[in-house]
Ligand binder design. Structure first.
Ligand code: SF4
Length: 355
């Protein structure tokens, strides 16, 4: 009851602030925020002139097909153990996924952490390639595993730094956004200071429904007052400096490169390439001869998938004609329906949002 009262009070305050104000569009940047928003149907509590949209906060969703194609290409040519997380193994390309390869006898193993992959390498003579995805939240673990690496352990890094994507999104200019709810998990690592240079209204939020509603209220007030910069609603977990130890290992092992994101194109300084110093663990260097023959393709089946526009905040899942028709959680076409952090998947699981 207490929670219901707090949320209802926050909804009333948001409505008061928004009364007679111009329409606003706020973007959150984390799949877990979309889960909270949809699970608790928070959009139904917002006034008509305040729209909350999801952005590129799902790591599986923003990983472009080219990374997946390269993994398939390597798997078909080298006798390796391929490890990755469950969601990534379900993403289809031309009707195949890593689970498909597993069913055909390839040694694909689902792990819960990069350290599971490292353990497999330590107890097995075969080369182990870990397909590593995720933002600053998971990069420090991959960095530690590399620092503790063994001879037959390699990482194919699809890691991406998140903060450059926020700046890039604003520079694209095709979606009008008035404020960001910054990602809670990423913020525990990068800290409040990582966002200070972005002159745009931002609030770091936790994952309870009260957190999201309070962050929205804070943002509306910032926008009305013409304030830019970052405020921290998630004070119980996010410090100004962030996790300095995690940042140190991450910056030691990864170098920033300009890499492609699904929906956003090439984002400057966002790619988590493995530093030259650790190239003995870098699958792209160790298997360079294999990748020399790689030619990217387009998946015709995915042409109609609008996941990219969704990640850029241009559409809702229901704007995609395939949503819950050809594309469902059991028959996903794009990664936004595959991943538990994907907006299409979340809307499918919790019901289509009513505003
Ligand atoms: S419903 Fe499926 S096809 Fe449509 S955007 Fe989402 S993932 Fe892509």
């Amino acid at each position: 009851m207490e929670r219901r009262r707090i949320i209802s009070d926050l909804a009333k305050k948001i409505a008061e602030e928004m009364k007679d104000f111009r329409p606003l569009k706020i973007m959150h940047l984390c799949g877990t925020h979309e889960d909270t928003v949809t699970r608790y149907n928070l959009r139904s509590l917002l006034p008509k002139n305040l729209k909350l949209i999801s952005g590129p906060g799902c790591p599986v969703c923003i990983t472009p097909d080219i990374d997946l194609q390269k993994i398939f290409f390597l798997l078909e040519r080298k006798n390796v153990i391929l490890t990755t997380f469950g969601d990534m193994a379900r993403v289809p390309f031309e009707g195949r996924s890593l689970f498909y390869y597993k069913s055909k006898g390839y040694d694909v193993r689902i792990v819960y952490s990069v350290f599971d992959a490292l353990e497999i390498a330590k107890s097995n003579g075969k080369p182990v390639v870990h397909f590593a995805i995720g933002f600053e939240t998971t990069m420090p673990s991959t960095a530690l595993a590399i620092l503790d690496g063994v001879e037959n352990f390699y990482v194919f890094s699809a890691h991406r730094f998140f903060v450059p994507a926020m700046e890039h999104l604003l520079s694209l200019g095709d979606v009008r956004i008035d404020g960001f709810i910054n990602p809670g998990h990423v913020s525990t690592i990068v800290g409040v200071k990582a966002y200070e240079h972005i002159k745009f209204p931002q609030v770091i939020a936790g994952f309870e429904p009260e957190d999201v509603m309070l962050a929205l209220l804070m943002l509306v007030k910032m926008i009305k007052n013409g304030e830019v910069g970052v405020k921290n609603e998630y004070v119980r977990a996010v410090r100004y400096e962030g996790n300095v130890k995690a940042q140190k290992v991450m910056n030691e092992v990864f170098a920033r490169e300009d890499w492609e994101w699904r929906g956003l194109g090439v984002v400057p300084n966002s790619g988590g390439a493995i530093n030259e110093k650790f190239e003995d663990f870098d699958a792209t260097k160790v298997f360079e001869d294999v990748f020399e023959d790689f030619v990217p393709k387009e998946d015709a089946k995915k042409r109609a998938c609008r996941c990219g526009e969704l990640l850029r905040g241009l559409i809702d899942p229901t704007d995609c004609p395939l949503f819950m028709k050809a594309c469902t959680p059991k028959t996903p076409i794009g990664p936004c329906m595959v991943s538990f952090e994907g907006t299409c998947n979340i809307w499918a699981r919790f019901g289509i949002q009513k505003f």
